[in-house]
Design a protein around this ligand. Structure first.
Ligand code: GRF
Length: 209
């Protein structure tokens, strides 16, 4: 059984989707802990109510970024993760912390990377006149919202969309591709090639359209 630790900062809907799919589809995996940098993250109560260990490492309690990272690493390592997931975690971890989990660390970002890394992706996509947007699951590297792509979902922009409408449509796709990518990792179906590309060993499509 793969041990999954999930880092959140807010509502945690991607975390919930992963916990639910993991149980429903009997993955060879268990979400053993949900950690947050914010004490008020709504997803913490949801996880705790399901008997999942939760903890808060409040970034405001640390003057130096390295000290926050070190505390977060300690909180993560207590749970001996085989897989670490960022799911709406709004702090940037330093390179040392990221490299500690190299090859077993995934993130979801609400854009078709490498377009629109960082914040306000939906607003920026609308301003740019994009007709298609999406979401990306990728391995985490020290560079923000960058790293080998595991799966992407394409989502159409509709006339009259504002950023909230678009974010809601993209989020539905996130809840499909993130659990699927995590399942693949837990089943050992993902292969990270020497060329830096991620492939599904069985040839499953890594795009949702
Ligand atoms: C999602 O859009 C995710 O892609 C981004 O932050 C949002 C988190 O939402 N990184 P939730 O907390 O999973 O509901």
């Amino acid at each position: 059984m793969k041990r999954i630790v999930i880092l959140i900062s807010g509502r945690g809907s991607n975390m919930q989707a992963i916990v639910e799919r993991c149980a429903e589809e009997a993955w060879p995996a268990e979400v053993v802990a949900v950690l947050s940098n914010r004490p008020d993250a709504a997803g913490l109560a949801w996880a705790a109510a399901r008997g999942i260990a939760t903890a808060v490492v409040d970034h405001k309690a640390f003057a130096r970024r390295e000290d926050f990272d070190a505390a977060m690493v300690r909180a993560i390592d207590v749970h001996r993760p085989d897989l670490l997931l960022l799911a709406g975690f709004m702090r940037i971890l330093g390179a040392d912390a990221v490299e500690r989990y190299a090859g077993r660390f995934l993130n979801i970002h609400p854009s078709l990377l490498p377009a629109f890394p960082g914040l306000h992706t939906h607003r920026r996509a609308l301003e740019a006149g994009c007709q298609v947007v999406g979401a990306t699951v990728h391995f985490v590297t020290p560079q923000l919202d960058h790293g080998p792509i595991v799966m992407q979902a394409a989502v159409p922009v509709h006339p009259g969309d504002d950023e909230h409408a678009l974010a809601a449509r993209v989020l539905k796709s996130e809840h499909v591709i993130y659990p699927l990518a995590v399942r693949w990792f837990c089943e050992g179906a993902l292969e990270l090639g020497a060329d830096g590309r991620v492939r599904h060993r069985g040839g499953a499509s890594q795009v949702l359209i």
